[in-house]
Design a protein around this ligand. Structure first.
Ligand code: MG
Length: 386
């Protein structure tokens, strides 16, 4: 009686006063659908927060929740789930989540649907199955993954959404005052340039703070090496996503051309993408994003990384808190995990959307105890689903 009886998908939309990564720069006007393009990374963002949630229910009435990335065109993902995946998940055992993932992957593999929206849909289903699998036996996801290796997950403060460099440096200092020692800034909103940004942050935070730079895939390999070299005298913890995501050799070239560790991986969905980069020593830090990978691929990527001596520092992006909970559950169970991104501007907004239990304070996350993901959507969140 533990087989899946029903799979449903939903779109969550939560208005925002200020867009993700901070206010709009000149020329960044939202269109009628609420999308705008950040000029410096040519990437589309919505003015609101959005994600896609999946609810599975077993024959015995146990419910599991999953979530994936849904900030743009979320109906593409819900259509894949509703039209295609749901009927292949009904009748399966939640405890077979990894096998179900591989079976669903195989359905579209030879047609080249090995990433993007298709894998996002798989990620949401996968998280919901792992959640249900835990709830069926009264165990947390980390117990299903082999047990808890750490009570706390070191968290770095990511995104300093203030309009000027002086205010961003001051804002970082506020977080330092709350017990955080690690930070990352985003190049597309470093209006005075990345060297000025790290210089001002270093001055504000002192020599012990760790400061990373997210370069948002905008550079050629030579430019990236030059840019990172210019930041290095200011003490750069790691440089993230320096070149175009497709440029595997270029990423390796950057990694060999600088002293700073290179991080990447937030846009990858599977071990196939990870292996291409790992095999050419292109990264020292891997940053899997649970909203894109699901628990199955997240743990596979992390284990592959650990075998190769690559550090694991998961990414955190816009969601309700459900896939963040999944990321933290996996993060306490994985060897080689050294930290986790903390997007305070998203985390604080999740308050009220998921049940209490996850904390991030004094530089570290602490997870919620309880079966499955340890948290679940509140009535407030459920009332917002469409
Ligand atoms: Mg990033």
């Amino acid at each position: 009686m533990s087989r899946v009886a029903k799979v449903e998908s939903f779109i969550l939309t939560v208005p925002r006063d200020e867009p993700y990564l901070g206010g709009l720069r000149p020329g960044e006007e939202p269109n009628a659908k609420g999308y705008f393009v950040r000029k410096k990374n040519k990437t589309v963002y919505p003015v609101m927060d959005r994600s896609v949630l999946v609810r599975v229910e077993t024959e015995s009435g146990v419910v599991g929740w999953g979530e994936t990335y849904g900030i743009v065109a979320p109906k593409a993902t819900t259509a894949i789930i509703d039209d295609l995946l749901a009927d292949f998940v009904v009748g399966r055992e939640p405890s077979d989540a990894s096998t179900v993932h591989d079976d669903l992957y195989n359905l579209m593999r030879v047609r080249g649907y090995t990433g993007g929206f298709y894998l996002d849909a798989l990620a949401a289903v996968d998280i919901a199955l792992w959640d249900a699998a835990g709830r069926l036996v009264g165990k947390s996801v980390y117990e299903l993954l082999g047990g808890c290796l750490r009570d706390e997950i070191p968290a770095y403060v990511s995104g300093l959404p203030k309009p000027t460099l002086t205010e961003r440096a001051e804002f970082a200092r506020e977080w330092q005052g709350r017990g955080f020692d690690s930070f990352k800034f985003a190049a597309p909103v470093a209006d005075d340039g990345v060297v000025a940004e790290i210089s001002a942050l270093r001055e504000a935070l002192g020599s012990d703070a760790r400061i990373a730079a997210d370069l948002h895939w905008v550079h050629t390999p030579d430019e990236a090496i030059d840019t990172i070299r210019q930041m290095e005298p200011h003490g750069l913890w790691f440089a993230e996503a320096p070149v175009a995501t497709e440029d595997v050799q270029g990423l390796a070239q950057v990694a060999q051309g600088v002293d700073t560790p290179i991080g990447a991986g937030e846009e990858w969905r599977t071990t196939y993408e990870a292996k291409l980069r790992f095999d050419v020593n292109a990264v020292s830090i891997v940053q899997p994003e649970m909203g894109h990978t699901g628990i199955t691929q997240f743990t596979r990527i992390a284990r592959m990384a650990h075998e190769r001596g690559i550090q694991i520092i998961p990414h955190a992006t816009i969601g309700s808190g459900v896939f963040l909970a999944a990321s933290l559950q996996a993060s306490v169970a994985l060897e080689g995990l050294v930290g986790h991104e903390f997007q305070h501007s998203i985390f604080e907004r999740n308050h009220g959307l998921i049940t209490e239990g996850i904390e991030c304070s004094e530089g570290a996350y602490r997870i919620a105890d309880g079966p499955g993901l340890g948290v679940e959507p509140t009535e407030e969140l459920i009332s917002k689903l469409a």
